[in-house]
Ligand binder design. Structure first.
Ligand SMILES: Cc1cc2nc3c(=O)[nH]c(=O)nc-3n(C[C@H](O)[C@H](O)[C@H](O)COP(=O)(O)OP(=O)(O)OC[C@H]3O[C@@H](n4cnc5c(N)ncnc54)[C@H](O)[C@@H]3O)c2cc1C
Length: 305
């Protein structure tokens, strides 16, 4: 007969959001399992910034500290496993893992993050998180006051321009094909002295102290770094969909201010639970709230029995 393991709470995803949830649950003596496949979104970056008390520390080291500190709380188990299915079952939830494990839990926290789908430009993946960057709050200080590129061609890219411009006076926008900016937006760029180049970018290359953008017409532009807008963000929301949770238009899991999804007993936190505000501290804060809410509900349910 199949071995079914029972826990109070399953946390799916063990990075900033998931580990923060595990901490408050461990301190509440809740039998908690954290499933994690070890692919946090910021793993390509050497340093994480805007992380209170850990500014500049490696993202993987921050998570290692998080896991280490959980060892003080023996009710928490970390399983290096992928959860592949989730279903409601008799007032609880049944999870199956890729290695064939079955878990029945009273509450679920989904903290599975997002995946960045980058434009098809040769060399982009190798420089991602280093010289190809996405966020001025994460990497802007390190690249400030240098010649900088921004590859993007939509309203979100346009929204980024003033924020980058605040850090870099020498800014060139590469639309990687015909500009989709409005005439008004293009006039504003011109007025601000921001270059706009429509020729497709075929490759990005490391250049030691800086990088090169190679265009389809053979021209090469030397910059310190290039901001890139992901073509799209893939929210890792499959398990939420299986459980019947509503999604936002962007694909993030719809939650209330306490990280409760539209399915009672299922919570979501971190990048997967917000359409666009994606930062380590925000993810951890969401995990903390989700863990606290789970424990509050479990305590009340046991008290009312
Ligand atoms: C290159 C880069 C650099 C960044 N730098 C910064 C920075 O300097 N400062 C900052 O504040 N933010 C930074 N960010 C944003 C930051 O990475 C995210 O906000 C943060 O990682 C979100 O944490 P999370 O726990 O929600 O998700 P993630 O960190 O993405 O973690 C999700 C975890 O869930 C696991 N998982 C997914 N599906 C399953 C499943 N089915 N079963 C089991 N496990 C699963 C994954 O393996 C992963 O470990 C950066 C992002 C990028 C792309």
């Amino acid at each position: 007969m199949k071995n079914i393991q029972q826990f109070d709470v399953a946390i799916i995803g063990g990075a900033s959001a998931g580990l923060a949830a595990a901490l408050i649950l461990g301190r509440s003596i809740r039998k908690t399992v954290v499933f994690d496949t070890g692919e946090p979104r910021n793993r390509p970056a050497a340093h994480a910034h805007n992380v209170f008390t850990r500014d500049g520390v490696s993202p993987l080291e921050i998570l290692a500290i998080g896991r280490e500190q959980l060892k003080a709380y023996p009710s928490v188990t970390i399983a290096q496993e992928r959860v592949i299915t989730a279903a409601k079952e008799d007032g609880a939830f049944r999870l199956e893992t890729a290695s064939g494990g079955t878990f029945v839990v009273r509450k679920v926290i989904i903290a599975t993050g997002v995946k960045d789908i980058l434009p098809e430009i040769a060399g982009i993946q190798a420089l991602w998180g280093n010289k190809v960057i996405h966020c001025p709050y994460c990497h802007g200080w390190e690249a400030k006051n240098t010649p900088i590129a921004l590859i993007g061609n939509d309203d979100m890219a346009y929204h980024l321009i003033p924020i980058v411009r605040n850090l870099n006076k020498d800014l060139t926008v590469f639309t990687n094909g015909k500009s989709a900016f409005s005439e008004e937006q293009q006039a504003k760029l011109q007025q601000q002295g921001i270059g706009l180049i429509e020729t497709p970018v075929t490759a990005v290359e490391d250049a030691g102290d800086g990088m090169r953008l190679v265009l389809a017409d053979g021209t090469v532009h030397h910059k310190q770094a290039a901001y890139v807008r992901a073509v799209r963000m893939q929210f890792n929301n499959e398990l939420a969909v299986q459980l019947g949770c509503e999604l936002e238009e962007a694909g993030s899991i719809k939650v209330d201010e306490f990280q409760q999804t539209t399915v009672p007993g299922v919570f979501a936190a971190g990048d997967v639970a917000h359409p666009m505000f994606h930062q380590v501290m925000a993810a951890a804060a969401g995990g903390l709230k989700a863990g606290g809410m789970c424990n509050g509900q479990l305590s009340m349910e046991d008290f009312e029995k």
